[in-house]
Design a protein around this ligand. Structure first.
Ligand code: NAP
Length: 256
C-alpha cells in the first residue's frame, strides 16, 4: 500500500473540512458509488484499490485519497491506515465493502475456495474494523458499515463460502456494536440483493436474469441505490441506529 498523492498535512476532523471516510474496495462497483456519495456530501474520502488508482469523483482530488491495499494482507491494511492518518488523521467513518465470490457447490469447494472468500470478506473486514476502532474509541465517535448480502439469509446454492462470510459479518457487527456503543460509535450492516456491478456481470446474462426475476421490484439495484443506504447509516441522521441490518434488495429477502 502507498498513498497515490502527497499529503497536505494533518487536517483534524474539527477543521470543518468534512469527516474522514475510508471505503475498502472503493475503486469500482458499490464501493465507488459509496465513495462518490460521501464525497458529494462534503466528506474526505479514502478508497482502497488493488489495480490502477481510481479517478477522483468529479475530478475533485482535494478530498479524495486512493490507497493501494489488499485486505488479505495485514501489513497492507496497517500501512493504509498509517497513510490515511498521516494525510488527514484517523478515520471517523469506515465502510468495509471489499468482497469476492468464488462459487462452487460444496462437494467441489476445496479449502482454497473457502479460505480465499473467508480471508477477503470476513477476516478482511475484521482487520479493517480492528485497526479503525481504537482510534474511534479515542475520538469518542465513529460510524462503521459492513457490506453483507441477502445471501447471508437466503442461502444461494454454490455460495456456502460466501453466505458464511456474509452471515459472519452480521454477528461481528452486532458484537462490535455492543462493545463500542457507549463511545458514540455505531456499527451497522447493509444487505444488498442483486446489484448491477462487475460481481454480478460475471454470472452471465441468463443467471443474472434468473436472479432479477426473483426480486419483487423486478430489477437489479444500481450501485448508487445501495450507496445511498450506506450513506444514510454513515450520516448524523442515523445517530440512533446501531446493530441494524438494512436490506437493500428490492424485497428479495423480505421476511428472512
Ligand atoms: P465488485 O464490483 O466486484 O467490487 C468488489 C470490490 O472489492 C472491488 O473494489 C475490489 O477491489 C474489492 N476487493 C476484492 N478483493 C479485495 C481484496 N483482497 N482487498 C481489497 N479489496 C478487494 O463487486 P460489488 O458488487 O461492488 O461488491 C461490493 C460488496 O458488495 C462486496 O462485499 C459484495 O459481496 C457485496 N454485495 C454485492 C452484491 C451484488 O449483487 N453486486 C450483492 C450483495 C452484496 P479491486 O478493484 O482492487 O479489485
Amino acid at each position: 500500500m502507498t498513498p497515490e498523492r502527497t499529503a497536505p498535512g494533518h487536517a483534524a476532523a474539527e477543521t470543518g473540512e468534512g469527516r474522514v471516510v475510508l471505503v475498502t474496495g472503493g475503486a469500482r462497483g458499490i464501493g465507488a458509488a459509496c465513495a462518490a456519495g460521501v464525497h458529494a456530501r462534503g466528506d474526505r474520502v479514502a478508497v482502497t484499490h488493488r489495480g490502477d488508482p481510481p479517478e477522483a469523483p468529479r475530478g475533485d482530488g482535494r478530498r479524495y485519497l486512493p490507497l493501494r491495499c489488499d485486505v488479505t494482507e495485514p501489513a497492507e491494511v496497517e500501512a493504509a491506515f498509517v497513510a490515511l492518518e498521516e494525510h488527514w488523521g484517523p478515520a471517523e467513518v469506515v465502510v468495509a465493502n471489499a468482497g469476492i465470490t468464488r462459487d462452487a457447490l460444496l462437494v467441489r469447494m476445496g479449502e482454497e475456495l473457502w479460505q480465499e472468500v473467508v480471508d477477503t470478506n470476513l477476516t478482511g473486514a475484521y482487520r479493517v474494523a480492528r485497526r479503525a476502532v481504537s482510534k474511534m474509541i479515542r475520538l469518542r465517535r465513529g460510524r462503521m458499515v459492513f457490506v453483507s448480502s441477502v445471501g447471508a439469509f437466503l442461502g444461494v446454492p454454490g455460495q456456502v463460502n460466501y453466505a458464511a462470510t456474509k452471515a459472519g459479518m452480521v454477528g461481528m457487527a452486532r458484537a462490535l456494536a455492543r462493545e463500542v456503543a457507549s463511545r458514540g460509535i455505531t456499527v451497522n450492516v447493509v444487505a444488498p440483493g442483486v446489484v448491477a456491478t462487475d460481481m454480478t456481470a460475471a454470472l452471465g446474462g441468463e443467471r443474472f436474469a434468473q436472479l432479477t426475476a426473483m426480486v419483487p421490484l423486478g430489477r437489479a439495484a444500481t450501485p448508487e441505490e445501495v450507496a445511498a443506504c450506506i450513506g444514510f447509516l454513515c450520516s448524523e441522521d442515523a445517530s440512533y441506529v446501531t446493530g441494524a441490518v438494512l436490506p437493500v434488495d428490492g424485497g428479495l429477502g423480505m421476511g428472512l
